[in-house]
Write a protein that binds this ligand. Structure first.
Ligand SMILES: Cc1cc2nc3c(=O)[nH]c(=O)nc-3n(C[C@H](O)[C@H](O)[C@H](O)COP(=O)(O)O)c2cc1C
Length: 171
């Protein structure tokens, strides 16, 4: 699969095969793709929580109370350290959101490349996840995604996107 195919293939999945485990080598490649994500000043202000144990999954579910998420055999949760992003002195810009977005996208694209489904979730309850993951002071959940083999009926929906004419300006 080339890069153009990969970014079109990536789509948000709500229906996973709960009985199909993800091989360890696949998980390792996905995590390694996250590891090499770039960040401002190379500060890498993130942690990646891989949730596989049934006990921990049960603790996380109330943090995103949609039944479909329980079909995924794994959850990947990316947390950030509020104090570790690079700050631009001239105007106070902070790179944290950008850094975390990049690592999340690396993970999701790598998972797609490995034939797995994902869905970026922002609408979680931060307090429930914070407590379940016992985050360190200053640490907060940025985003999570289920990870698993998608049921075939849930993939390849046509992409609804603005046309290039609407979003590109040639000067
Ligand atoms: C920053 C961000 C936050 C999102 N949060 C949620 C969410 O909380 N729940 C959900 O079901 N999907 C969520 N999504 C998935 C989007 O709805 C989805 O990516 C978008 O509709 C495009 O569909 P596609 O990913 O299949 O191309 C989120 C996506 C992004 C990038």
């Amino acid at each position: 699969m080339d890069f153009c195919e990969l970014v079109v293939k990536k789509c948000s999945i709500r229906n996973y095969d709960p009985h199909r485990a993800i091989p360890d080598d696949v998980l390792k490649r996905i995590l390694s793709a996250g590891r090499v994500a770039p960040s401002a000043k190379n500060l890498q202000p993130w942690r990646i929580h891989l949730v596989l144990s049934p006990e921990m999954l049960q603790k996380i579910y109330p943090g995103y109370s949609r039944d479909w998420i329980q079909s995924a055999p794994c959850l990947m949760i990316v947390s950030r350290n509020r104090n570790e992003g690079w700050g631009r002195s001239k105007d106070g810009y902070n790179s944290l959101e950008t850094d975390l977005t990049i690592v999340m996208d690396h993970l999701i694209l790598a998972a797609t490349f490995e034939g797995l489904g994902t869905r970026w979730i922002a609408a979680f309850d931060p307090n429930i996840l914070h407590e379940a993951l016992q985050l360190k002071p200053g640490e907060e959940v940025f985003a999570l995604t289920p990870l698993g083999f998608a049921h075939t009926d849930s993939v390849n929906a046509p992409k609804r996107r603005k046309s290039l004419d609407e979003i590109v300006v040639f000067w």
